[in-house]
Design a protein around this ligand. Sequence first.
Ligand code: NDP
Ligand SMILES: CC[C@](O)(C(C)=O)C(=O)O
Ligand code: MG
Ligand code: MG
Length: 340
Amino acid sequence: MAQMYYDNDADPSIISGTRVAIIGYGSQGHAHALNLSDSGVKVRVALRPGSSSGDKAWASGLEVLSVPEAVKWADLIMFLAPDTVQKEIYENEVAPHLRPGQTLGFAHGFNIRFGEIVPPEDVAVIMIAPKGPGHLVRRTYEEGGGVPSLVAVANDPQGNGHALALSYAWGIGSTKAGVLDTTFAEETETDLFGEQVVLCGGLSELIVAGFTTLVEAGYQPESAYFECLHEMKLIVDLLYENGLAGMWFSVSETAEYGGLTRGPRIVNEATRAEMRRILAEIQDGSFARELIDEMAAGRPRFNQLRQQAKDQSVEQVGATLRTMMPFLSTKSKLTEVSGG
Ligand SMILES: NC(=O)C1=CN([C@@H]2O[C@H](COP(=O)(O)OP(=O)(O)OC[C@H]3O[C@@H](n4cnc5c(N)ncnc54)[C@H](OP(=O)(O)O)[C@@H]3O)[C@@H](O)[C@H]2O)C=CC1
Ligand SMILES: CC[C@](O)(C(C)=O)C(=O)O
Ligand SMILES: [Mg+2]
Ligand SMILES: [Mg+2]
């Protein structure tokens, strides 16, 4: 059994005595800044001039500085801007102002694992990587819970990196759910694999393929939407609360027999072989190179794929159906914080 850490294993006084600069106020940035602030931590948000997120941070009672000002002020500088802009921010706005004894923090190991950011030896490098979307990091904290995190230390000149990471994890609520030791390499590779194959890529393709199959066979799009997308959340809630057994317990025996016999025909040996190829592309750095090059080229393929995803009929049908479910809108104020 892996070593897990909970509330009693963290020392809150460490993060309470640390000045934390949060670079970025998007999905993770707003959640870390607000959770830490509510936990009694001294926080400043660091943004570029004219940032669209600045007003939201000020409106939430947080002080906003430029990145260089925040680096000068902080003990811990947490990178919560998108992965592919972190290198530029680091080189132009962080590195010139870094002092020995400061700590750089990451919520994902991408730039350290793939050598995009190479900090000096006299600066600590830690990771606190929540295993959940930022908006849920905030929501679960407000509800009295938390999202699990992985912590890692890549460089530890003062020997307190792990205790600081654990204390930070306490500040964002993660020690309520469980914190696990990892390495930058393990977090980066498993996180990229999970989001590509299971959580984001695999799941969305499964939903769309199921929806499209039903609609092309002549069934009502609304029925296909409820079946393949809306009900997904209700099934996943059962998985979240009680694992696969909780889901099998609650569904009918008909669903259980049908799922156990037909599921392996959908996720089969060919699917598993593709999963292994995707993992190899992550491990050998070719996915990272592809992503960095795509962003540097102005995102031509990314923008096209985003537009195609938005234009799918499952999205049009869903948008209409969700207007009739006002109870959803109280939970989904995502654009207010992400600017999306
Ligand atoms: N999204 C998630 O839930 C998860 C993310 N992570 C990791 O957390 C990190 C942050 O990801 P995420 O929260 O999705 O990021 P977002 O895309 O939500 O970050 C957007 C924020 O970054 C700011 N930003 C963009 N460019 C710059 C810049 N050049 N200088 C300063 N600020 C800038 C934006 O400001 P502006 O308004 O100026 O554009 C905005 O406030 C990544 O390392 C990611 O892998 C880890 C776990 C889950
Ligand atoms: C699953 C996607 C994720 O890794 C996350 C929310 O954990 C991300 O990078 O956003
Ligand atoms: Mg993740
Ligand atoms: Mg990720």
